[in-house]
Design a protein around this ligand. Structure first.
Ligand code: DHB
Ligand code: FE
Length: 283
């Protein structure tokens, strides 16, 4: 049977893709951000996951306002990204894992989650930037795992509740643990957040106190966070801070017993309070 090694979250700011392309790791603006990742690289090297479930939110590349699935799961052989405006070269495709995708889709639908299955899915910075951060050189890192992308709607209201996001993660855990490949090792990502707002009068809004509350509770008390309503989330985390839903989905997949290996929090990167967290599951 399969094993869930742990979960990793990170902000997925497009400017990070540009900083990676230009290798600005030691630049004074970028260093406090990139310093959050070497411990994660070490953990990945020590554990070598075979599969990565990348839970992100599409921002208009894979889906637009005309068709907006609440929960979508990729079931493709490979996933390609596209230029989103920085003029960065697009990457080679990321290898998919369709047999794991279909296993997850079957299990989630049996658990009464209504899924949009996607045999084609272009992936944006929400998917790509975290892969580049965790597996430098992705998709050509020597230990690059095969991937299943999962996207939830945080763009067009009504978005899912935090309670639903956590429940989705818990059902995903059941799906992953029942994947019949012997000794398959899986890591789950949650990308986006923390507080940020890109548009309107509050553009540039950041809320450190609320971010710290979320970071503290998501480790050992994620159910506490399900009390936050969606309107409260927009108010306290900013219009795009709703991406914290991805962190809740990731957290649900890890089970109750987790150990925090590392975290980083730095304000600002671009318009965002950037956060990273690595949680390891009990053996
Ligand atoms: C920024 C943050 C995001 O999450 C995103 O999707 C796009 C831009 C930013 O801070 O620039
Ligand atoms: Fe985003």
């Amino acid at each position: 049977m399969a094993k869930i090694l742990g979960g990793i979250t990170t902000s997925h700011i497009p400017a990070v893709g540009n900083a990676i392309q230009k290798e600005l790791y030691d630049d004074p603006y970028w260093k406090p951000f990139f310093d959050g990742y070497p411990k994660i690289h070490q953990w990945i090297q020590d554990h070598k996951p075979d599969y990565v479930i990348n839970i992100y939110n599409d921002h208009g590349l894979g889906f637009f306002l005309d068709k907006m699935p609440t929960f979508a799961i990729g079931a493709a052989h490979e996933y390609r990204n596209e230029d989103e405006g920085w003029g960065l070269p697009s990457l080679d495709p990321f290898p998919g894992a369709p047999e794991l995708s279909w296993h997850i889709i079957e299990s989630m639908v049996a658990d009464e989650f209504d899924i949009t299955s996607c045999q084609e899915l272009p992936v944006d910075h929400g998917f790509v930037v975290p892969m580049q951060l965790f597996w430098p050189g992705a998709p050509h890192h020597p230990d690059m795992p095969r991937t299943v992308p999962i996207s939830a709607n945080t763009v067009q209201h009504p978005i899912p509740t935090l309670k639903r996001a956590l429940a989705f993660g818990r059902a995903l855990r059941k799906a992953l643990l029942s994947f019949p490949e012997e000794d398959a090792k899986i890591v789950v990502l949650g990308t986006g957040g923390l507080s940020h707002q890109l548009d309107g009068q509050r553009a540039g809004f950041i809320n450190k106190e609320f971010d710290q509350y979320c970071l503290e509770n998501i480790v050992h008390n994620p159910d506490e966070l399900t009390k936050i309503t969606r309107m409260e989330l927009v108010e306290k985390a900013g219009a795009q801070g709703t991406e914290f839903l991805m962190w809740m989905m990731m957290r649900g997949a890890l089970g109750d017993d987790v150990t925090e290996i590392t975290r980083n929090y730095h304000i600002p990167i671009s318009n965002t309070a950037s956060g990273t967290l690595l949680l390891e599951c009990a053996a």
